[in-house]
Design a binder for this molecule. Sequence first.
Ligand code: TMP
Length: 208
Amino acid sequence: MFVTFEGVEGCGKTTQARMLAELLRGRGVEVVETREPGGSPIGPALRALLLSDGSDLLPSTELLLYAAERSEHVARVIRPALERGAWVVCDRYGDATRAYQAFGRGLPREAVERVHALATGGLEPGLTLFLRLPVEKALTRARSRNSTSSSAEGRFEAEEEAFHRRVAEGYEALAREFPRRIRPVDGGGSREAVFERIRGIVELLLHV
Ligand code: TMP
């Protein structure tokens, strides 16, 4: 089973992905926890390029770099894991490209879909958990985390609020477009409260 987590930065998805992986492992399931950008062998180099404050990339370059990493990620990490029966829990995947590069940057959706299909061979998650949190709240969290960490991954957090609103609206539109796959989850409250919501969905849909 292939499960992805999505949402604007600061929505809490990374913590929730880790909690889900732990729950599944506790039930005897083999879990591969991974993320985009960054989960493939070329991921760390591409992540640094894509997220560093100093990179000045055209939207089309950005799209192609995310897709390049995804192509390696799917072929070398995700498919092999799924083929041996493991679960893959991935922090961001194709919906991030749709939300950020199409809705956020304004690239044509059909171009985004073509590039995504080439990179993945059509592999889509069985379940996508979309963590919903008001943009102002999520961004405050993401920016304060970045200012206290040593990472230089601030390129997207530095974008204007209007960009993040387009991304958030993009995720809402995607949830309407793919209602069977994308499940919105209220990201408000404690991490335990959010996880209870996720656990409910996963147990109901995936019978674990
Ligand atoms: P994260 O570590 O908070 O998930 O940050 C990854 C950043 O990369 C986030 O700002 C969203 C962005 N991103 C895209 O723009 N397109 C993509 O396809 C992916 C996977 C991430």
